[in-house]
Design a binder for this molecule. Structure first.
Ligand SMILES: [Mg+2]
Length: 127
């Protein structure tokens, strides 16, 4: 695992949340963080990430995590597991995220065990 860390991209505009996610995944995954979807998309297309952690609300006037996912789904990276992260879930939001093509939904504050368990499952080799 240390020699061949699994690479994860996190799209998160809040530095505190990004810090927490990096702390949780330290030693388990090699995490890159970008703050905006516009930065994320070219990296996703150019790299072989094992999973994507995508905050939904990326700031006023910015492309949302849902809009980013729509672009990913139209690309040749459409099969990379994608996790929606959000603190502002309304009833029906989880269903909406899953219908949009996210593999999982994780509510904030992020639970360490849930995040690691879902990521490990998403990143384990398929039989
Ligand atoms: Mg945010």
């Amino acid at each position: 695992m240390i020699n061949d860390p699994k690479r994860v991209l996190c799209v998160e505009d809040d530095p505190t949340n990004a810090f927490v996610i990096k702390a949780i995944l330290k030693g388990h995954y090699q995490v890159e963080v970008v703050q905006q979807a516009q930065e994320a998309l070219p990296k996703i297309l150019a790299n072989d990430y094992q999973a994507l952690l995508i905050d939904i609300n990326l700031g006023k006037g910015q492309m949302t995590g849902l809009e980013l996912l729509a672009k990913i789904k139209q690309s040749n990276r459409s099969n990379v597991p994608a996790f929606a992260l959000t603190a502002y879930a309304l009833p029906g939001d989880e269903e909406k995220f899953l219908q949009a093509g996210f593999d999982h939904y994780i509510s904030k504050p992020i639970n360490r065990d849930i995040l690691l368990k879902l990521l490990d499952a998403a990143c384990s080799p398929k039989a």
